[in-house]
Design a protein around this ligand. Structure first.
Ligand code: ATP
Ligand code: MG
Length: 346
C-alpha cells in the first residue's frame, strides 16, 4: 500500500465559496445577548484579518460554524478553508500533512508534497481539537505561527506561509497545560484572540429560536409540511440542560419532524426527559443497566464496561466521557489502553 498517498488524502480541502463579509455569520442563528457578544467578537476579529484565532466552546456549540464565519468574513475569504482534525491522525502523519515532505523523506514519500499550511495559501487552516496536537509537533507549529515559515519534513528550504490559522478546542487548554499535555508557549501564542462560544444553556431564549429554525429546515429538507412546535414542547426544550448543545437540539428536533405525526410537534415527539435521550441523540442504542449476576463480577470488568459505554454514548468524545466519569483525560486514556477498548470501526 502506498502510505504516502493515503496520508495526503486525509486532510480534505473544502471549496472556497466565501459569502460576502456581511453574510459570513448569517447561518449562525440566535438573538441572546451571550451569542450576540460572541458574534461581535468574531466579526471584529475576522474583519481585522487576525492571523491566529482560538475558538473555544463545549461540544456542539458551533465552533466549526464560527471558524467558517471568521474565514468568510475577512481577508482570507478568497482562499480555501482547510480543516484538519488533529486527533484523527498519528503524530508522524499529522506532521507530514501539516508541513509537507520532500521526496524520500520517509518510506512511501515518492514525491514532494505540500503541507496543508502551504496548501491553505491566502485562506484559512482550521486546526480542530488542537488540544490533541502531539507534544512534539507543538514547537513546530509555534515556530510556524511566529516566523510565518515552515520546513517540509526532510527538507532544508524555508517556505513562507500566508494563511490564517483558526484553532478550536472543546477542552480547557489551561488544564491541558497544567497536566503537561500542551505547551504553555503555544497556548499563549494561540490565545491572543480567543472567541469563546457560550454553551446553549447560557443563551437566553435561543433554544426556542433555534428549535423553530431547525423544525423549518428539517421539514424543507424532508419534503414534509412545516409543523409548529407546541408551547408545551417548547417548554420541555427550554427546560432541558443540552449537554450536547446546538447539535443535540438539532438532532432532537430533526427526529421529531421525521417521526412525529399530528398537526403540531408535541412534547411526546421530542423523547426528552427520559434518561436515554442523550444516547439516542448520538445514534447509540438504548442500554440496560450494568448487570451483576448472582455469583458476582470483578470490579475491573464493571469498570471496563462503564468506560466503554460512556465512550459509546459520547461518540468517543474522550473529554466529555472523562468529564462525566469524573476522571482526568489521561486516566481515561490509560483505562482505554488497559482494557483494550476500541472504537466501533477500529
Ligand atoms: N447558532 C447556530 N445556528 C444554527 N446552527 C448551528 C448553530 N450552532 C451550531 N449549529 C449546528 O450545530 C451542529 C454542530 O455545530 P459545529 O459542528 O460547528 O459544532 P462544534 O462546536 O464544532 O462541535 P464539536 O465540538 O463536536 O466538534 C452543526 O450542524 C451546526 O450547523
Ligand atoms: Mg467541530
Amino acid at each position: 500500500m502506498n502510505q504516502g498517498l493515503a496520508l495526503v488524502e486525509t486532510g480534505g480541502v473544502s471549496a472556497p465559496v466565501g459569502p460576502e463579509a456581511s453574510e459570513a455569520f448569517a447561518s449562525i442563528v440566535g438573538d441572546s445577548p451571550a451569542l450576540r457578544r460572541c458574534l461581535a467578537d468574531a466579526r471584529r476579529i475576522a474583519e481585522r484579518g487576525a492571523r491566529t484565532v482560538l475558538v473555544i466552546g463545549e461540544t456542539g456549540t458551533g465552533k466549526e460554524l464560527f471558524a467558517r464565519g471568521i474565514h468568510a468574513g475577512g481577508p482570507a475569504s478568497d482562499g480555501p478553508f482547510v480543516p484538519v482534525n488533529c486527533p484523527a491522525l498519528p503524530a508522524s502523519l499529522l506532521e507530514a500533512e501539516l508541513f509537507g515532505y520532500e521526496r524520500g523523506a520517509f518510506t512511501g514519500a515518492r514525491e514532494r508534497k505540500k503541507g496543508l499550511l502551504e496548501v491553505a495559501g491566502e485562506g484559512t487552516l482550521f486546526l480542530d481539537e488542537v488540544s490533541s496536537l502531539p507534544l512534539d509537533l507543538q514547537p513546530k507549529l509555534l515556530r510556524a505561527l511566529e516566523d510565518r515559515k515552515i520546513r517540509r519534513v526532510g527538507g532544508l528550504e524555508e517556505i513562507a506561509i500566508r494563511c490564517r490559522v483558526v484553532a478550536a478546542t472543546n477542552e480547557s487548554l489551561e488544564t491541558a497545560v497544567a497536566t503537561g499535555r500542551f505547551r504553555a508557549d503555544l497556548y499563549y501564542r494561540l490565545n491572543v484572540l480567543p472567541v469563546t462560544i457560550p454553551p446553549l444553556r447560557e443563551r437566553e431564549g435561543d433554544v426556542t429560536t433555534l428549535a423553530r429554525h431547525f423544525a423549518r429546515e428539517a421539514a424543507e429538507r424532508n419534503g414534509v409540511a412545516v409543523r409548529l412546535l407546541s408551547p408545551e414542547a417548547l417548554g420541555v426544550l427550554e427546560a432541558h440542560g443540552w449537554p450536547g448543545n446546538v447539535r443535540e437540539l438539532k438532532n432532537v428536533v430533526d427526529r421529531a419532524v421525521v417521526m412525529g405525526s399530528g398537526p403540531s410537534i408535541g412534547s411526546d415527539d421530542l423523547h426528552l426527559g427520559r434518561r436515554r435521550a442523550r444516547a439516542e441523540d448520538r445514534g447509540v442504542a438504548e442500554h440496560p443497566g450494568i448487570e451483576i449476576p448472582p455469583d458476582g463480577r470483578t470490579l475491573a470488568s464493571i469498570e471496563a464496561e462503564a468506560v466503554a459505554r460512556m465512550l459509546e454514548i459520547t461518540g468517543w468524545n474522550k473529554s466529555a466521557a472523562a468529564r462525566i466519569l469524573e476522571i482526568s483525560r489521561p486516566t481515561l486514556t490509560r483505562k482505554i489502553r488497559q482494557y483494550g477498548i476500541r472504537p466501533p470501526n477500529a
